[in-house]
Write a protein that binds this ligand. Structure first.
Ligand code: CTP
Ligand code: MG
Length: 231
């Protein structure tokens, strides 16, 4: 079966502190959004990408994605989850029974990680997410004072892509939204609905460009990936 990917790209990038939303900042010749979407479409199983754009987006028409036959756009919403839901609703779930969701702000995801997640989900017929084991010792705090050291062995960073059956994910997100639950990724909606989600260990190269310093790091990673062709 072919796969569709929803790419939420309707954020304003507040923490990045640039005037244009961070997904339109350039690394080498291309915007972050172009790097991300073209990487996804270079995977042989991914045949459609639905990008959720900000209501007032004025940058997308100037990208190489604007007239791309495998790219569709929808208008995103207030929170990331609203943007993801708008994208999911635009998918024909009979044609795409499984869907991936991937942050526009993660251009450094590797093709091998995408492959690993897809294989794990289809083999187990079980939704899942790329994730990274926590390395540092973790502390819980109150007023900047440590109250507790948190057991690290079972802690993971949740990355994207995240992959689930399309209809299950839509239902879970709608249920979570209507209950007012805090949904920061697709897995949290699935968990809220009582569903299962497997963790697939990904690469630490798959950073989310969040703060100004991340731009140089992402450029370094992308250049390295291109030079040794391991993306
Ligand atoms: N996103 C979205 N719709 C929103 C908010 C976020 O589609 N209402 C997207 C962002 O464009 C980004 C991804 O979700 O690709 C991850 O969110 P984040 O890294 O937090 O991006 P921003 O919300 O843009 O950044 P900030 O939180 O610093 O404002
Ligand atoms: Mg945000």
């Amino acid at each position: 079966n072919p796969l569709a990917v929803v790419v939420p790209a309707a954020g304003v990038g507040k923490r990045m502190k640039t005037s244009c939303p961070k997904q339109y900042l350039k690394i080498a010749q291309s915007t972050i959004l172009e790097h991300t979407v073209l990487k996804l479409l270079s995977h042989p199983r991914i045949t459609q990408v639905i990008i959720a754009l900000g209501e007032a987006d004025e940058y997308f028409p100037d990208t190489q994605l604007a007239n791309h036959t495998d790219v569709r756009i929808v208008t995103g919403g207030q929170e990331r989850v609203d943007s993801v839901l708008a994208g999911l609703k635009a998918i024909d779930s009979s044609r795409f029974p499984w869907v991936l969701v991937h942050d526009a702000a993660r251009p450094c995801v590797t093709l091998s990680d995408i492959e690993k997640l897809i294989d794990a989900c289809l083999n187990a017929q079980q939704g899942g997410i790329l994730a990274l084991p926590v390395r540092d010792t973790m502390k819980r705090s109150e007023d900047s004072m440590v109250t507790e050291t948190v057991e690290r062995d079972n802690l993971w960073h949740a990355l994207t892509p995240q992959m689930f059956p399309s209809e299950l994910l839509i239902q879970a997100i709608e249920q979570a939204i209507s209950s007012g639950a805090m949904i920061t990724d697709e897995a949290s909606a699935i968990e809220f609905a009582g569903g299962q989600c497997q963790l697939v260990e990904g690469s630490s190269e798959n950073i989310k460009i969040t703060r100004p310093d991340d731009l140089a790091l992402a450029e370094f990673i992308l250049t390295k990936q291109q030079s040794i062709n391991d993306s």
